[in-house]
Design a protein around this ligand. Sequence first.
Ligand SMILES: [Zn+2]
Ligand SMILES: [Zn+2]
Length: 255
Amino acid sequence: MKLRVLGCDGGRGQGYYSTGLLLDDTVLIDAGTILSALTVEEALKITDIFLTHSHLDHICELPYLLDATFDMRREPLRIHAQKETIDVLMKHIFNWVVWPDFSKLPTPERGQFTIHEIKPGKAYQAGGLNLTPIEVNHTIPTVGYKIADKQASIVFTGDTGPTKRIWDVANESADLKAVIVDLSFAIKEQYVANVSKHMTADDLANELKKLNVDCDVYAFHYKVGQATTVGAQAQRVMHFGRPVMHLREHETLYF
Ligand SMILES: [Zn+2]
Ligand SMILES: [Zn+2]
């Protein structure tokens, strides 16, 4: 499995890109970064986008992608999300006020995307991968994903505070190679982390006690204004004797 990190920060700024994880060149998890990192030709290879939730940093480049490629795409882009996420996208983004409804453009018959509702716990196939959404603990309905091919599986928590189900799923995965986990705030902002349902390094250390598998751990979603502090605190969190690693923008990982 090839994972190209288009963006992995908890916001946007110069040199900071929000969440977009490209799997095997065709399946994208979250749409926080697309054309800021990919050429149009590369972006046209994406067939499926699986969203974790509707927060802006996870959907913000989807409208621009559809706008840039509306006359180039032969097959509609398949967007997979929970019902609550779909409702937000259609009511607040693709509503002809904030942005056109590209599911009906360039003509109603040749819409540029189709919507596919997903439910936590069910498995979905796309691009040779098996994706299972798993409910996590965030301020709005949110899922993480277990992503598997024939050789390996990885778990991506998406945005979450302390949670349980996704660790059970990770522990049941015999071929688990890595987890990518929310780490958003510096330890001194524990209150903000609690109310926004994200994690500090202290939370992450507690969460990793629930993970019984010796695998790599990558932290993502550092808040832009605190990224240096959060990154330093991440490296003091250990899993099976090795420090937590940063997920890095523009790197490609193989599992
Ligand atoms: Zn986020
Ligand atoms: Zn969020």
